[in-house]
Design a binder for this molecule. Structure first.
Ligand SMILES: Nc1ncnc2c1ncn2[C@@H]1O[C@H](COP(=O)(O)OP(=O)(O)OP(=O)(O)O)[C@@H](O)[C@H]1O
Ligand SMILES: [Mg+2]
Length: 365
C-alpha cells in the first residue's frame, strides 16, 4: 500500500493515547504531518507538558505504520516528539472574523464615543460584536455602556482562568481599566495595562464574533504595539475633529498603521463634531471647528470619510448616562447606523481585495 496523508491519518486514528483513552488524531496530538512518497513525518504534540505516554505512543505509531505500509528499507518514518509549541500556536481569538482598531492622533476627539456607538449600531443590525476598551487611564467604555461598576467574572478551566466578557445592549465588552488600579502611578500603569490587554485578548472567552472593536488610547503607544503583536488587525478607523490641531495628528496616526512594520490597512476617517445645529434653528449648521478640513485631508491620504457626526448634546449626555445615542431611533442614531453600514462595506472590500493582515513579529537585532 502506498502511503497517502489520508491513509496515514486513518491509521493513526486507530491508536489511542493511554492517558486520555481517546485516539491521538482526535486529541490533536498529531501535528505537521507530511507524506512524501515513502517518507512519513509528523510530530507528537503534548501541549508543552510532560506526557509519560508519548514514548509508548511513538512506538505504537511506528509499529502500526510499518505493518500497514510494509517493512523494508524504502519506508522512512520520522516522528518528532513534543512539537515545539510556537510552531503551531492555536490562533488567538479564532472565532473572531474581523478586528477593528478605533484610533486617533489627538486625545478627546470622541474615539470612545464612536467605538461604543459603532458597536451598538453593528449589534442592532444583527452582528455579533465585541468591544475592548484599551484606554489605560480609566474605563470609559463600561461607563458609557452604563456598566461602570461591573466586575468581569472569571471561570476556572483546569489551572487556567478564563475571563468572561460582560454583555450590554447586545455588545460583549471588557475594559483594561478594570484590571489596572486607577491610582497607580503612570510609570506602572503603562506596563500593567499592556499586560492586562494581552490577557483580555488571550484569556477571555470572546466566542464567535463578526466584529471585535478596540477603543485605543490617543496617539501611538505601547498599547497600539501590543495590539498589533497579539492579533492580526483587519483595519483601523481614525477619528478626528475638524480642528487643524487634530487633523495634523491624523496624518501621524495613519502613517503609523500604514508603516511597513505594522501594515494595518486604514479603512477611513470619522469626522466627529463636524458641525453644530441649535435646536431652535434645525436648518442651520455651524461649523464651529472648521469645515472641509477632514474631507481634504482624507482626499490627500486617499481615504474615505466614513461618517460626519455633528456636535449633539444627546451624544455627550448619552455617554454620561450610560445610554448611548445609537440605541435611539433619532437622526443622531441614524448617523451611527450609516457609519456601521460603511464600516461593514469597507471591511468587506478590504477582505476581498487585500491579503489578511499578519501579526507584527518582534524583531530582535
Ligand atoms: N459628537 C459629539 N457631540 C457631543 N459630545 C461629544 C461628541 N463626541 C464626543 N463627545 C463628548 O466629548 C467627550 C470626549 O469624548 P470621548 O471620551 O469619546 O473621546 P476620546 O477620544 O475617547 O477621549 P480620550 O482620548 O480621552 O480617550 C465626551 O464627554 C463625549 O461625550
Ligand atoms: Mg477614549
Amino acid at each position: 500500500m502506498v502511503p497517502t496523508e489520508a491513509k496515514v491519518v486513518e491509521i493513526l486514528k486507530g491508536i489511542n493515547h493511554p492517558g486520555s483513552g481517546k485516539d491521538i488524531v482526535t486529541i490533536s496530538m498529531v501535528r505537521d504531518l507530511e507524506v512524501n512518497d515513502r517518507n512519513i513525518r509528523f510530530s507528537l504534540d503534548t501541549g508543552g507538558r510532560r506526557d509519560p505516554f508519548v514514548k509508548a505512543v511513538k512506538i505504537a505509531c511506528e509499529k502500526t505504520l510499518r505493518s500497514a505500509f510494509g517493512e523494508g528499507p524504502g519506508l522512512e518514518i520520522d516522528i518528532v516528539m513534543d512539537a515545539p509549541r510556537q510552531k503551531t500556536p492555536p490562533p488567538v481569538l479564532a472565532g473572531v472574523k474581523n478586528v477593528i482598531a478605533v484610533a486617533s492622533g489627538k486625545g478627546g476627539v470622541g474615539k470612545s464615543t464612536v467605538a461604543v456607538n459603532l458597536a451598538i449600531a453593528l449589534a442592532k443590525r444583527g452582528y455579533d460584536v465585541g468591544l475592548l476598551d484599551a484606554d489605560i487611564f480609566g474605563p470609559s467604555v463600561p461607563k458609557m455602556l452604563g456598566a461602570g461598576d461591573t466586575r468581569p467574572r472569571v471561570r476556572k478551566e483546569g489551572d487556567r482562568s478564563v475571563i468572561i466578557p460582560e454583555k450590554k445592549y447586545g455588545v460583549k465588552f471588557l475594559s483594561v481599566g478594570l484590571f489596572v488600579p486607577a491610582d497607580n502611578a503612570l510609570i506602572w500603569r503603562g506596563p500593567m495595562a499592556t499586560g492586562a490587554l494581552k490577557q483580555l485578548i488571550g484569556d477571555a472567552d470572546w466566542g464567535e464574533l463578526d466584529y471585535m472593536i478596540f477603543d485605543l488610547p490617543p496617539g501611538t503607544s505601547d498599547i497600539h504595539l501590543t495590539l498589533v503583536q497579539e492579533l492580526p488587525v483587519t483595519g483601523a478607523i481614525i477619528v478626528s475633529t475638524p480642528q487643524d490641531v487634530a487633523l495634523a495628528d491624523v496624518t501621524k496616526g495613519v502613517a503609523m498603521f500604514r508603516s511597513e512594520d505594522i501594515s494595518v490597512p486604514v479603512l477611513g476617517l470619522v469626522e466627529n463634531m463636524a458641525w453644530f445645529t441649535p435646536a431652535e434653528l434645525p436648518e442651520n449648521r455651524y461649523y464651529i471647528f472648521g469645515r472641509d478640513g477632514c474631507r481634504k485631508l482624507a482626499e490627500k491620504l486617499d481615504l474615505p470619510v466614513l461618517a460626519q457626526i455633528p456636535v449633539v448634546q444627546g451624544i455627550s449626555e448619552g455617554g454620561d448616562k450610560g445610554l448611548p445615542v445609537a440605541l435611539e431611533g433619532n437622526e443622531t442614531a441614524a448617523a451611527f447606523t450609516s457609519l456601521a453600514e460603511k464600516v461593514v462595506e469597507a471591511v468587506d472590500i478590504r477582505n476581498r481585495t487585500m491579503e489578511p493582515t499578519k501579526k507584527v513579529e518582534i524583531k530582535r537585532k
